[in-house]
Design a protein around this ligand. Structure first.
Ligand code: NAD
Ligand code: UFG
Length: 343
């Protein structure tokens, strides 16, 4: 008889962080059940999860707001918990199309929560973001810093956090982990899965690796006049597989303890844009051409986590350093120069 592993509903599991977390879940003895509408991902990611782990997770192309579709999934798969990644993450688009972001993130989450409640699934991990802290004044940023988002995407995350807090107050038998990610980067060490942005990347790491592979001419460095070590923006980059491990740790706590907790997932270390360029050049052996231009509206000078709560509460500490983040991002980029679409 085959052993039955606890099933975990993973919304947005075909996406960047979701696919890596599915690998970590399988390796930790859980069975992901992925629902994803594929609005920002490729179904090949599921086969790649299987290539890495030897296990093919169940996959359903389904929107989180599709109550009937989700109920059908949950009738086949009695999941013990949910990890909720599904949502829109493009900050710029959230400014130009706020209703789209609020509908997908807030209305989608509300609908999902109602479906989960009706099925008695009361353990949940939610993908939040350091963006909820806005322009925090003091570094490193602890979880007690004020919540003051500066764009519709950040507001949508803060709204969902509030909804989850109110839900736990009303239903103390629930267990919810709110994970505030800093800057997830890198890829699985195999190069099978990684970040596959559509169009021109908004974020630094995929842009740098596309310059190194020759797909883009040069990086635009958004400002070198910040009050930082070299004038460029400083961020807390965390390897996506460390982030994935953080989800497993948070899930294990949620399975054991009721109530809501919110933790930062970061390394506690800040790196500047120029340091990233240099680290990437060293690892790839390729030059990364760049030009310094004006600041990007809405950017803060510095953002890095106080990771001590995750360490104390979840026994979680990021293990992989900047060299490994660059090496794994570069390996993914080289093996998949145009992302999942090239195979
Ligand atoms: P992603 O776009 O790669 O993954 C999100 C997945 O959700 C995609 O596969 C998409 O197709 C799916 N999706 C979107 N709306 C859906 C819906 N209504 N129903 C079903 N599926 C839907 O993004 P990611 O980088 O993996 O981010 C995952 C989560 O983490 C998101 O909630 C994001 O806001 C959050 N987050 C990401 C970052 C980051 O820098 N990548 C930082 C902080 C927080
Ligand atoms: N940068 C450039 N050129 C680029 C892209 C970025 O110089 O082409 C700079 C930015 O100015 C910033 C740094 O590189 O100083 C990092 O920028 P990213 O866009 O990679 O990351 P952000 O910190 O701006 O934002 C990201 C996600 C948000 C998330 C936040 C915290 O885009 O959604 O991390 O998790 F909320």
């Amino acid at each position: 008889m085959t052993e039955k592993f606890p099933e975990i509903l993973v919304t947005g599991g075909a996406g960047y962080i979701g696919s890596h977390t599915c690998v970590a879940l399988i390796q930790a003895g859980f069975m992901p059940v992925i629902v994803d509408n594929l609005s920002n991902s490729h179904p090949l990611a599921i086969s790649r999860i299987e290539a890495i782990t030897g296990t093919r997770p169940a996959f359903y192309k389904c929107d989180i707001a599709d109550d009937a579709g989700l109920r059908t999934v949950l009738e086949c798969h009695p999941c013990v918990a949910t990890i909720h990644f599904a949502g829109l993450k493009a900050v710029g688009r959230s400014v130009s199309e706020p209703l789209e972001t609020y509908r997908d993130n807030v209305c989608g989450s509300l609908s999902l929560l109602q479906t989960l409640r009706s099925r008695g699934i009361n353990r949940l991990i939610f993908s939040s973001s350091a963006t909820v802290y806005g322009g925090a004044e003091h570094m490193p940023i602890p979880e007690t810093a004020s919540i003051q988002p500066t764009n519709p995407y950040g507001h949508s995350k803060a709204m969902i956090e509030q909804i989850l807090q109110d839900l736990v107050t009303a239903a103390p038998d629930m267990a919810i982990g709110v994970l505030r990610y800093f800057n997830p980067v890198g890829a699985h060490i195999s190069g099978e899965i990684g970040e596959d942005p559509q169009g021109i990347p908004d974020n630094l790491f995929p842009y740098v690796s596309q310059v190194a592979v020759g797909r883009r001419e040069k990086l635009l460095v958004f400002g070198d006049d910040y009050d930082t070590k070299d004038g460029t923006g400083v961020r807390d980059y965390i390897h996506v597989m460390d982030l994935a491990d953080g989800h497993v740790a948070a899930l294990q706590r949620c399975l054991d303890t009721d109530g809501l907790f919110a933790v930062n997932l970061g390394t506690g270390q800040g790196s500047s844009v120029l340091e990233i360029i240099q680290a990437f050049e060293t690892v790839s052996g390729k030059p990364v051409a760049y030009e310094v231009v004006g600041r990007r509206p809405g950017d803060v000078a510095t953002s890095f986590a106080d990771p001590s709560k995750a360490s104390d509460m979840l026994n979680f500490k990021a293990q992989r350093d900047l060299t490994q983040m660059c090496r794994d991002a570069w390996n993914w980029q080289q093996r998949n120069p145009t992302g999942y679409a090239n195979r």
